[in-house]
Design a protein around this ligand. Structure first.
Ligand code: NOJ
Length: 518
């Protein structure tokens, strides 16, 4: 918790393909991000996370890296990225790149060398069994495709062979321990990649599938924690300000491993999904089916499934690291798929006032919709959340001056597609609500990432949720029915949405309302 500035940080996630195109080729670029830094700052975000922007054949949107040290030509050059770091720093914004350490593209030169029949420096850079006829129990693998007589393990899609950091509890002779020099060499190669970008001005990394590197680890994740502690101590020595955020969704383990922040990921049925996207386990699994999301006005949910998961995590990590709530990501349906703008306002008010560090996915600040579009670059159902940012009412909604046909993905063609320009002008818009909430968060120390948190009211079957942050009492009622509750310490309103009031310590919350009192 040495990085003081993290207490007030707010993440803004950019899918570079779809953010802003400055050269008219229909795809977003690094210079496009540089051009929009003032927009991001005005919204109230100061920590960018850019999805992989490295050279890649793009079979998984860039999560299949072919060259870790080169910006993909379609996004620009390394110099453009260097300029982005500089321009961002000039505005008090830090920039995180996406590190994909678990696997590469099958077109990465390391993998090409590793696939050769004769032994070479890269033979053990990936995980291979000892026969093309023998796979790996419990792990996906491919055999019969390469010159080398073995099967290789996959970390995700077929295009993503797993890098070899070793097995915590090896069972077969081809499974090397993490201490094997070739596994150590893999980790050193990844540290070298980190040094390369950090020396250029990058401020840290979001780490893809951070828990996937060591295979056959124990329940405590001893192997993977040791690996990241090793990385952390290198960073502490050489780049002490560098931030590491894990895609892990197990904060006690991730923070133990040395990450500053762990993303709390949405997955069907977990505590996070109970807030925004709880239609998957009920009804037809789609919006319009039975929706138990807590923030759904007519929803059947309450906040307790979320708290049952979150509170123990919070207790185990407080004072040592942060949990991050995301409005959305490139991997989840946009929350706007099932929630209205009014429901989103209430949802964001809570997400931005809980302890930890909020993360805004580009376009969620204007309530961009999930679009039904064909899959692109391995996106499948995720593609609908990756469509171009909607800047203004103009051709291609201001995303690109290219032809409609050249666009990476189609823009929202609805007449009422929200745009940033319109919403910035309207004081009641979602955009301005986000801006006000983030400004308040910055102004109130009691809303900072590490200010104390305590649940004051949460009950099965009740829409009311009341919590304390330092000297502030925060109450929310996402439902259509009014609620009231006596809460000590709540006297004076600091911020309110909807019909909310405090009278002699009793909070009265009308339908869909939110209140902060002191
Ligand atoms: C998680 C990333 O967020 C996702 O988009 C990607 O497909 C997988 N990891 C594989 O790298």
């Amino acid at each position: 918790m040495s990085k003081e500035w993290l207490k007030h940080a707010v993440i803004y996630q950019i899918y570079p393909q779809s953010f802003f195109d400055t050269n008219g080729d229909g795809i977003g670029d690094i210079n496009g991000i540089s051009e929009k830094l003032d927009y991001i700052r005005e919204l109230g975000c100061d920590l960018l996370w850019i999805n992989p922007c490295f050279d890649s054949p793009f079979h998984d949107a860039g999560y299949d890296v072919r060259d870790y040290k080169k910006v993909a030509p379609r996004y620009g050059t390394n110099d453009d990225l260097r300029r982005l770091f500089r321009e961002a720093h000039g505005r008090g914004i830090r920039v995180l790149l996406d590190l994909v350490p678990g696997h590469t593209s099958e077109e990465h030169p390391w993998f090409i060398a590793s696939s050769k029949a004769e032994h070479n420096e890269y033979s053990n850079r990936y995980i291979w069994t000892d026969s093309c006829f023998r796979g790996a129990e419990g792990m996906p693998f491919i055999g019969g495709e390469r010159e080398r007589n073995g099967c290789y393990i996959l970390n995700f899609f077929k295009c993503q062979p797993a890098l070899n950091y070793g097995f915590q509890n090896p069972k077969e002779n081809w499974q090397l321990p993490p201490t094997h020099p070739d596994c150590v060499a893999t980790l050193e190669a990844m540290k070298d990649v980190m040094r390369f970008w950090l020396s250029m001005g990058c401020d840290g990394f979001r780490v893809d599938m951070a828990a996937s590197l060591i295979k056959l680890d124990d329940e405590n994740r001893t192997g993977i924690k040791a690996l990241w502690k090793n990385v952390r101590s290198m960073l502490d020595r050489e780049f002490p300000d560098a931030v590491l955020i894990s895609e892990w969704s197990d904060p006690p383990k991730a923070i133990d491993a040395g990450f500053d922040i762990d993303f709390y990921l949405h997955s069907a049925g977990n505590g996070c999904s109970a807030l925004l996207r709880d239609y998957q386990c009920h009804g037809n699994g789609k919006p319009g089916g039975e929706d138990h999301s807590y923030f759904k006005k007519g929803g059947k949910g309450d906040v307790t499934p979320f708290l049952e998961e979150f509170c123990p995590w919070y207790e185990k990590t407080k004072g040592r690291g942060y949990i991050s709530f995301q409005t959305g990501t490139h991997d989840t349906e946009r929350a706007r798929w099932s929630l209205t703008e009014d429901e989103l306002k209430i949802a964001y008010a809570v997400l931005f006032t809980l302890p930890g560090i909020p993360s805004v996915y580009y376009g969620d600040e204007i309530g961009m919709r999930y679009l039904e579009v064909p899959t692109k670059e391995g996106g499948y159902n995720r593609t609908g959340s990756r469509t171009p940012m909607q800047w203004k009412k103009a051709p291609n909604l201001g995303f690109s001056e290219g032809t409609k046909e050249s666009l990476y993905l189609p823009v929202d063609s609805a007449d009422d597609a929200p745009t940033a320009e319109e919403q910035m002008r309207d004081p009641d818009s979602l955009w301005n609500t986000v801006k006000r909430l983030l400004a308040l968060r910055r102004a109130e120390d009691d809303l900072s990432a590490d200010a104390p948190f305590e649940v004051l009211f949460a009950r099965k079957g009740s829409p009311l949720f009341v919590y304390r942050r330092g000297s502030l009492t925060i109450a929310v009622n996402p439902s259509a029915e009014p609620v009231s509750e006596k809460v000590c310490g709540a006297e004076k309103i600091v911020y309110a949405m909807g019909n909310a009031s405090v009278k002699q310590g009793t909070i009265e919350l009308g339908p869909q309302s939110f209140l902060i009192a002191r």
